[in-house]
Write a protein that binds this ligand. Structure first.
Ligand SMILES: Cc1cc2nc3c(=O)[nH]c(=O)nc-3n(C[C@H](O)[C@H](O)[C@H](O)COP(=O)(O)O)c2cc1C
Length: 311
């Protein structure tokens, strides 16, 4: 199996943890890093403007740890200057291994500011942002896109991104207007590697090692989102590596421990509730216990509910 190389960075595995707002924070990335078997992890989306202004909440999202797996920071925004300044900060002040630009987010509050998937409507502007980052830093640069906004313009966007020298492009095989519904349209991956000279990472609905093996035939690397929150062992299962943790209860316990390490008491309950839907999926009595967790007023009570569900 070919290794994945993004710029000068050689990855040990061809798998990537997807950026997911309020999920792929330092707690979850550290948990996945400890389980292992993964090539790259991407942070949740982080505002380029917030970083440029050194806003406290934004800076907190750039916290990192002594990791085995390389991590990229994902930036969103619409101003090339803000991207350039934020990228300089990342290169000079953090240990992230690269930068990923968000050109896929469908959320209204992001799109109405010309950021996220709105950039797919304006490929020249998307190109300017890549150029500004490229000029500002030498870190590896990737971009995450969708097939298009309301209609597909994948090849047009890929041509612009490649001409600006990005090191890899991740494609979530849906339109912005699909949000997360319907099946990801992997038929658009057919023949793409022959047409475009860049590293292509495919994303959307990969749920098992069998899905992964099938998609590796079409793209250079694969990115997994929701299935990795439900089953953080998926990367070690794909790699065939022994995992660094034993079962979901250990995962839930580690997530709670890290929440206590990184977040003040007032935020802890809200943080663990964000993972609940995914961690409890498919467990016996998960519906009932999930609702008890949502109604819970204490972090300790959530711990005992997890013990019931995982034991
Ligand atoms: C709760 C949630 C938050 C997400 N946040 C982001 C984000 O911050 N940046 C981004 O590029 N994509 C984001 N996505 C999209 C995922 O990265 C991914 O493209 C999508 O979930 C499809 O992959 P999957 O089927 O493996 O989950 C998010 C998805 C979910 C479900």
């Amino acid at each position: 199996m070919n290794l994945l190389k993004i710029g000068d960075l050689k990855l040990k595995h061809r798998t990537v943890l997807a950026p997911m707002a309020s999920l792929t924070d330092i707690v979850f990335r550290r948990t996945v890093d400890e389980i292992g078997g993964i090539g790259l992890m991407v942070t949740e989306l982080i505002s380029a403007e917030g970083l440029r202004r050194k806003q406290r909440r934004t800076l907190e999202m750039t916290r990192t740890f002594d990791f085995k797996t390389p991590q990229f920071i994902q930036l969103f925004g619409s101003e090339p200057e803000a991207f350039a300044e934020a990228s300089e900060f990342i290169e000079n002040e953090t240990s992230f291994s690269g930068i990923d630009i968000n050109m896929g987010c469908p959320a209204r509050k992001v799109v109405k500011k010309g950021a996220g998937s709105a950039l797919l409507l304006d490929p020249p502007e998307a190109g300017k942002i890549c150029r500004a980052v490229r000029k500002a830093v030498s870190l590896p640069l990737t971009v995450k896109i969708r097939l298009g906004y309301e209609s597909e313009n994948l090849h047009e966007v890929l041509n612009v991104l490649i001409s600006e020298g990005v090191d890899a492009v991740t494609i979530h095989f849906r339109l912005k207007s699909d949000y997360y519904s319907g099946d990801a349209r992997w038929e658009f991956a057919e023949g793409l590697k022959d047409k475009f000279d860049t590293v292509l990472i495919g994303n959307g609905d990969i749920k098992s090692p069998d899905d992964a093996r099938e998609k590796f035939e079409l793209v250079d690397g694969i990115m997994i989102g929701r299935a990795a929150i439900k089953n953080p062992f998926i990367f070690s299962e794909i790699a065939g590596d022994p995992p660094g943790m034993d079962g979901k209860m250990e995962v839930a316990g580690r997530i709670m421990e890290l929440i206590e390490e990184y977040y003040p008491p007032v935020l802890r309950l809200q943080r663990i509730k964000a993972f609940t839907k995914y961690l409890t999926a498919g467990r016996p009595h998960s519906k009932k216990i999930k609702h008890e967790i949502y109604r819970s007023h204490s972090f300790e009570e959530v711990r005992s509910l997890f013990e019931i569900i995982f034991n």
